[in-house]
Ligand binder design. Structure first.
Ligand SMILES: Cc1cc2nc3c(=O)[nH]c(=O)nc-3n(C[C@H](O)[C@H](O)[C@H](O)COP(=O)(O)OP(=O)(O)OC[C@H]3O[C@@H](n4cnc5c(N)ncnc54)[C@H](O)[C@@H]3O)c2cc1C
Length: 291
């Protein structure tokens, strides 16, 4: 969210809000998804309409990461119903201002620390200076923000799998069965070696995409590859790690169930695997068939 806001053409907003976010004095949230609209972001209906001296926001946002704590709400909406991407804009609203209501944290089966909530806007008024991206610029800004967020999701999945692998190898080298550490059995050791290979591949892909971003180049397609691969690799790999612990892997104290749930949740964050495949598929057609 912070990186998305840093690309705003509204320099005053950047000067006033970015230091708060970067110093940790405020938390930010990225409000794109709605109860009726997820993957098809251009179809959002939350109204952000011009009124005298500012804009009125009316509508509902859902699945807001940090929604229970965030103060700075980068809110995407539609200025002209039916205009799709061309009518999309984004404004910064504040959590404590009249007309903003955040729900309690959603009751999910994992990733509780993200404080994900819904946020409702009931005729909330913001000034002209709150416009981060004017009509026509909102969609591109949202997609740019998602590209970067996908890299964060990939990195967190890689970290979760690294933790799971360390846990499984430590356990399997200590646990005895049939007179040996279970790690001595190929049936235990080789699946873990395969997890390590997939993890190295996932990390390389993530770093490759991040290097493009750092160099100021377009990382859209590599970020889609990295996000898709890292979420799948973490989910499958953590399951293999859990197997190495036998029934003990089900206990909370080893943390594998928590990480497995987080990897499953990560699949939906910032675009599902199917949406990453749409990005990748379009690039294939363009680059390999000139379509
Ligand atoms: C923990 C968590 C935190 C989140 N945080 C945020 C946040 O901070 N801000 C925010 O704006 N959003 C956030 N999201 C929302 C997330 O971006 C959406 O869940 C995601 O974009 C998918 O939308 P959806 O869940 O509505 O699924 P839908 O769009 O309803 O899709 C349902 C299923 O259909 C598939 N599908 C849809 N279209 C196609 C297609 N064209 N081809 C093939 N398959 C398709 C999808 O892949 C999915 O499997 C968060 C989600 C989670 C789980």
């Amino acid at each position: 969210m912070t990186l998305a806001l840093s690309r705003s053409p509204n320099e005053r907003l950047g000067r006033e809000v970015l230091p708060e976010l970067l110093s940790g004095r405020s938390w930010g949230a990225f409000l794109l998804t709605e109860p009726g609209v997820g993957s098809d972001a251009a179809a959002i209906t939350c109204a952000i309409q011009k009124v005298e001296n500012g804009y009125r926001i009316a509508g509902a946002k859902s699945w807001v990461t940090n929604g229970v704590n965030a103060d700075v709400l980068l809110t995407f909406g539609q200025s002209n119903p039916g205009a799709g991407a061309k009518g999309m804009l984004a404004v910064v609203a504040r959590r404590n201002q009249p007309g903003v209501k955040a729900s309690d944290a959603l009751n999910l089966f994992g990733s509780h620390a993200m404080g994900t909530s819904d946020v409702a806007f009931d005729d909330c008024l913001v000034g002209d200076e709150a416009v981060a991206f004017p009509a026509g610029g909102g969609f591109q800004a949202a997609m740019g923000g998602l590209n970067v967020a996908r890299l964060g999701v990939a990195a967190l999945c890689n970290g979760a799998l690294q933790g799971g692998l360390e846990c499984a190898v430590r356990y399997a080298t200590a646990r005895q069965a049939f007179g040996k550490p279970i790690y001595a059995f190929q049936g235990v050791q080789m699946p873990l070696a395969n997890v390590a290979t997939s993890l190295e591949a996932s990390r390389s892909l993530t770093f490759q995409a991040i290097a493009l971003l750092d160099a100021g180049q377009d990382c859209t397609v590599l970020a889609a590859h990295a996000k898709k691969y890292a979420t799948q690799t973490a989910f499958q790999g953590l399951s293999v790690c859990m197997q190495a612990l036998g029934a003990n892997g089900l206990k909370d104290e080893f943390g594998l169930g928590r990480q497995l749930a987080a990897a499953r949740v990560a699949e939906f964050m910032d675009g599902t695997g199917e949406i990453q495949n749409i990005v990748i598929g379009r690039a294939l057609a363009k680059n390999l068939a000139g379509a």
